[in-house]
Write a protein that binds this ligand. Structure first.
Ligand code: ARG
Ligand code: ZN
Length: 843
């Protein structure tokens, strides 16, 4: 059954407070609830319905008198008094049998919860909707040494602990953790002088991997005070690491729960990329305390209200901690790799969807990352000062409320006097706009004419023009900037902008900083791109110019069998050798477009992508780069070598990143000799894993793989890397077979989402391997999706999206993918999550 945004109705009751008593037991946990309901004055009071799923109702009463509610698969209905009343109920649940990892479940013997979006209904009967906010008092009973919930600890004794959260919150922010955990402590003094106790709770043995998370948390708390004026609001802030988790992490009030892969780090076991990601996710979850918790969503259609904004905030944070340019380039790579395919395929949906069957299927790159892009555009349009003013107003006006996108935009309208009616289309119109550009130069006037067009998407055949902030700069033919970055505000389908007083026809640098999430369709000469690569003052567009040259070079190699573009390789070589530039930026310049990105590009030009040809061209280009730069590679590698003790900050990480890219090229020349040396000497995971990856690509990995496994067999997170890398880096011809062989190992714990994704996420990332013409990749994945769905629908459904590009490929591959999707769809007992996904994919 489909839920519609337009059907929204308030609940009708207000909850004064909630008391929960949870008596823990792996197969028979008892949850008692006492809830005070007060009718909302003047509201409609439809029938009284509480959500509840997989609960065994033991007893229920109203104002102390037993009642017998009508039970359904989704909850219960009950006749209730006209005025206020106290509802009490007791239910039994079995956390040890909960493999969906939603509600209360067990991970490695510890109890934990995941309630967003609709998991609380698997813990207790409750109005499980985000617009019902209440204060919670929680008593936990059990023998576990540590028992945690939201808010502040109020009392504890032998076998019990009680917590009280003074801030009204929706049930999706409820959390409970119990187990024999140990803590890494810390503290933070807020701007107003309040001392906050901080803890990261882990399984014994993981204590040594908490320092970075703690440092990141403290940096986030400080940043949110300085940049957004947001202080923390409880006496204690707890983070818990759990091994079995469907997503990255969760912002439960005062008790964030993290996938252990997103919080635990040490130099020996974590790569620089892991460190950066952990820093960003800790920040993201912490920032939710204001954008998500204090101000939450009215309903799940408004998910982008908290996620888009919080992703935007965490990207600002990373930009401040590290290099803003490099962060922007990384975000755009990610947007194009994950959001563009979504927006340009059968799963396309608006940033604020208008209907869904299973909300978990809408925790997408569109809601999160495009949602963040929309906020970035808004900020660019109104300016930094007005943005700050609007945010202050937002926090002032809506603190303690459950809000909508309308509320959010109203704040900007009120703070700036702007009319945002057209801008709002970014929230309702799906699909990626295409932007075409033409230019004229006459009498010193340079005119740019833009045309925007958004192709049809499912359910939206006709599109209206959107507001596009187009950041433009102009360079004169000598390479000097004559017009610095200017934001053109495009609102029409076709619109011209003139620049006067120019002595010569300038070279435009368009869409600087990727100022709008569009596809820029602009035919420019390779000369002009090389010119921008050499002279543009905008780091993003310099990178983009080179990326474009790389793309075109690869396209020519793929469809015409051309030779690699040596002029581009030489120009790029200049940049890569330029010691005045940040090594992290140089490493970004070296990264070629992915094979999936090339497939999408060919498809957009009406050429059917051939995964084998794409793979061959990508390899040939890398070989050519390695040969062309053979004499300088060792020297760059030496300069990137870090002697100082390991530090995960941007400076060292940038050097290791460029060093790793150089090692990959050298491996093409030396068969893995340098990589083997690095592998043997490595004292941190970035170097060790980078070397192992090169050895796999060189086909010289046997010894190193065995040594790696022996060294790290006791570390689940490192072993995830061992599983993942073998599938990701292997020859396409072997990818599916290798994935299958890995599933036969005793430590392939497929019920663990990290391990499942390590193998199958990597298979999907091995573009030519997944898309082998014999269909072996598709078949293997479908087999396992069918198997996983019986245990964990959420993770299964998310992984179904790797089929979202199926219509791009040739008839043979299309038929093979369709066959697998239909096989999944036909399974009896298929989850609602996966049913919705395959239905959309096949439509
Ligand atoms: N709110 C979390 C975050 O973005 C994501 C949790 C979503 N979980 C889910 N099962 N849909 O930080
Ligand atoms: Zn979030």
């Amino acid at each position: 059954q489909t839920v519609y945004l337009s059907d929204y109705k308030p609940f009708g009751w207000h909850i004064a407070d909630v008391h929960l008593t949870v008596r823990l037991d792996p197969t028979a946990t008892r949850v008692r609830s006492r809830i005070r309901f007060e009718p909302t004055p003047g509201a409609e009071h439809p029938e009284f319905f509480l959500h509840g799923e997989d609960l065994r109702l033991i007893s229920a009463s109203i104002d102390g008198a037993p009642v017998t509610p009508e039970l359904t698969a989704e909850g219960l209905r009950c006749a209730v008094p006209e005025g206020a009343f106290t509802w009490e109920a007791e239910v039994e649940i079995a956390p040890a049998e909960n493999f969906a990892l939603e509600g209360l479940y067990m991970s490695n013997g510890m109890y934990c919860t995941q309630c967003e979006a609709e998991g609380f209904r698997k813990i207790s009967y409750y109005p499980d909707r985000p617009d019902v906010m209440a204060t919670f008092t929680v008593r936990i009973e059990g023998d576990e040494r540590v028992k945690l919930s939201n808010g502040n600890p109020v009392a504890s004794g032998e076998g019990w602990a009680e917590w009280h959260d003074p801030w009204p919150k929706p049930a999706y922010l409820f959390a409970l953790v119990a187990g024999d955990l140990v803590n890494h402590p810390g503290s933070f003094t807020t701007a107003s002088g309040k001392e906050v106790e901080l803890n990261i709770w882990v399984r014994p043995g993981d204590e040594g991997k908490c320092a970075w998370g703690m440092e990141s948390l403290i940096a986030s708390m400080k940043w949110d005070e300085e940049v957004y004026g947001r202080e923390y609001d409880l006496d204690i802030f707890n983070i818990v690491a759990v091994d079995d988790f469907n997503m990255g992490a969760m912002e439960n009030k005062g008790l964030n729960i993290f996938n252990s892969s997103c919080v635990l780090a040490s130099p020996e076991t974590s790569t620089d990329a892991n460190f950066e990601r952990i820093e960003a996710i800790i920040a993201h979850e912490y920032f939710h305390n204001w954008t998500g918790n204090r101000i939450t969503c009215r309903d799940w259609f408004q998910l982008c209200l908290k996620e888009g904004l919080t992703v935007y905030r965490d990207s600002q944070f990373t930009s401040d901690m590290r290099s803003a340019e490099v962060k922007r380039i990384g975000d755009v790579i990610d947007l194009r790799a994950r959001q563009f395919p979504e927006d340009q395929g059968p799963l396309s949906h608006p940033v604020r969807p208008e209907s869904f069957q299973e909300i978990n299927n809408f925790y997408t790159a569109t809601v999160y990352e495009k949602g963040a892009e929309v906020i970035g555009m808004l900020k660019r349009l109104v300016g930094d000062e007005a943005y700050a003013k609007a945010l202050d107003l937002y926090f002032d006006r809506h603190d303690g409320q459950a809000c909508t996108i309308e509320d959010w935009l109203q704040v900007f309208e009120d703070a700036t006097g702007r009319d945002l009616a057209q801008f709002k289309r970014w929230y309702s119109q799906s699909g990626t706009p295409h932007l075409k550009v033409s230019e004229t130069f006459e009498d010193g006037i340079y005119t740019l004419t833009f045309t925007q067009e958004t192709p049809p998407t499912p359910g939206q055949p006709d599109k209206l023009p959107q507001v596009l902030p187009i950041a433009v700069g102009l360079l004169n033919p000598n390479g000097d900037e004559v017009v610095p970055t200017t934001v053109l505000e495009m609102t029409e389908a076709t619109q011209s902008f003139a620049f006067e007083g120019l002595s010569a026809k300038p070279v435009p640098s368009i869409l600087r900083g990727f100022s709008a999430p569009v596809v820029l369709d602009r035919e420019t000469s390779a000369d002009e791109k090389r010119f921008l690569l050499a002279h543009d003052t905008d780091a993003f567009n310099r990178w983009e110019a080179s990326r474009d040259l790389g793309r075109e070079c690869l396209v020519d190699m793929i469809i015409q069998g051309s030779e690699p573009d040596l002029a581009w390789i030489d120009a790029l070589g200049e940049v890569v050798r330029d010691d005045a530039l940040d090594p992290a930026f140089r490493a970004m310049m070296l990264a070629l477009p992915t094979q999936a990105e090339l497939a999408q590009l060919l498809h957009s030009r009406d050429i059917t992508p051939d995964p084998d040809a794409i793979h061959a061209a990508s390899e040939a280009l890398r070989d050519a780069m390695a040969q062309r730069w053979a004499s300088v590679l060792p020297e760059i590698a030496d300069k990137m070598w870090v002697d100082a003790p390991f530090d995960p900050g941007a400076e060292q990480a940038g050097k290791r990143s460029l060093g790793g890219a150089i090692l990959a090229l050298r491996t093409r020349l030396d068969g893995g000799a340098a990589a083997q040396t690095q592998f043997d000497a490595a004292d941190n995971m970035t170097l060790q894993l980078g070397a192992l990856s090169c050895l796999i690509r060189a086909g010289a990995e046997d010894k190193a793989l065995a040594a790696f496994r022996k060294q790290w067999s006791g570390d689940r997170l490192v072993m995830d890397k061992w599983f993942a890398l073998q599938v990701a880096a292997t020859e396409p011809a072997n990818a599916a077979a290798r994935a299958e062989a890995l599933t036969k190992l005793p430590d392939f714990d497929w019920k663990n989402p990290n391990r499942f994704r390590a193998v199958f996420g990597s298979l999907a990332m091995n573009h030519a391997g997944f898309h082998r013409a014999d269909g072996s990749g598709y078949r293997l994945l479908a087999d396992w999706l069918i198997k996983l769905d019986e245990k964990n629908p959420q993770t299964t459904a998310r992984m179904c999206s790797v089929f979202q590009t199926w219509k791009r490929y040739d008839a043979g591959r299309q038929a093979l993918m369709k066959e697998q999707l239909e096989r999944i769809a036909a399974r009896p007992g298929l989850s609602r999550d996966v049913t919705e996904m395959v239905t959309r994919l096949l439509s």
